[in-house]
Write a protein that binds this ligand. Structure first.
Ligand SMILES: CC(C)(COP(=O)(O)OP(=O)(O)OC[C@H]1O[C@@H](n2cnc3c(N)ncnc32)[C@H](O)[C@@H]1OP(=O)(O)O)[C@@H](O)C(=O)NCCC(=O)NCCS
Length: 194
């Protein structure tokens, strides 16, 4: 009974999310991971628009997500020397459920292990927060992202028809159980940071 009450209370009043800036490594290069700030949003949006023709994310979506205290974590990854933003990731946490809302690496920084590093960081963060499963949606034709998620132990789920309405593109739900992580999925380019 007490456990149920505690779960109910934590859902209503989640513990604050605290993330201190950290130096992280991806394929031997060093980066900084820190919480996204409101003044990052213009840079995030220009990266977002350099990747997608149509993005559902705008300034207000980012700002409102970042304000959901105790429920969301939005991080940016910057190059250590120049402080240039190279990528970002966002997650939503609700009880045992964690959900990746956004992940992107700037085109010129792709395929250097940054996407994997940020995903591992969120996976570790979700585990530390007591989440038992992690979900996300991905466009069915996004082969690089699907390959990354498969390599991290995500399983394919149901197809959502016309999920990306502008492009009339289908999405696939993916899910990873956090208490049954295989050694292989943790090994590859993993980081203990986060
Ligand atoms: C998907 C994305 C985040 C991957 O980030 P990244 O930093 O380039 O990926 P990494 O270098 O960490 O690679 C991790 C794995 O992803 C897969 N991958 C990455 N780029 C790939 C490509 N061009 N083709 C096929 N697989 C690819 C591989 O499995 C790779 O593992 P490997 O290095 O052992 O081969 C990045 O391509 C991106 O930002 N794409 C545009 C936005 C997007 O699609 N976001 C996801 C929305 S759900």
């Amino acid at each position: 009974m007490l456990k149920k009450f505690r779960e109910f209370y934590n859902r209503l009043f989640p513990e604050p999310i605290i993330y201190l800036p950290q130096t992280v490594e991806a394929k031997d290069d060093k980066y900084q991971m820190r919480v996204m700030r409101p003044d990052d949003v213009p840079t995030v949006l220009s990266l977002e628009r350099s990747i997608y023709l149509n993005t559902p994310w705008d300034k207000y979506a980012f700002l409102s997500e970042m304000q959901k205290q105790g429920r969301t974590l939005y991080l940016v990854c910057t190059e250590e020397d120049t402080d240039a933003m190279v990528g970002y990731i966002g997650g939503f946490f609700h009880g045992e459920h964690a959900h990746i809302t956004i992940l992107a690496v700037a085109p010129i920084w792709q395929q250097r292990g940054i996407g994997r590093m940020m995903m591992n960081l969120m996976i570790n963060f979700a585990k530390q927060r007591g989440c038992t499963y992690l979900t996300l949606e991905v466009a069915v034709d996004n082969a690089p992202a699907i390959a990354l998620y498969h390599s991290l132990g995500f399983a394919d789920g149901r197809i959502r028809k016309n999920y990306y309405t502008e492009e009339r593109k289908d999405a696939m739900d993916m899910r990873k159980e956090l208490d049954s992580v295989t050694a292989a999925s943790d090994e590859k380019g993993d980081t203990d940071n986060g």
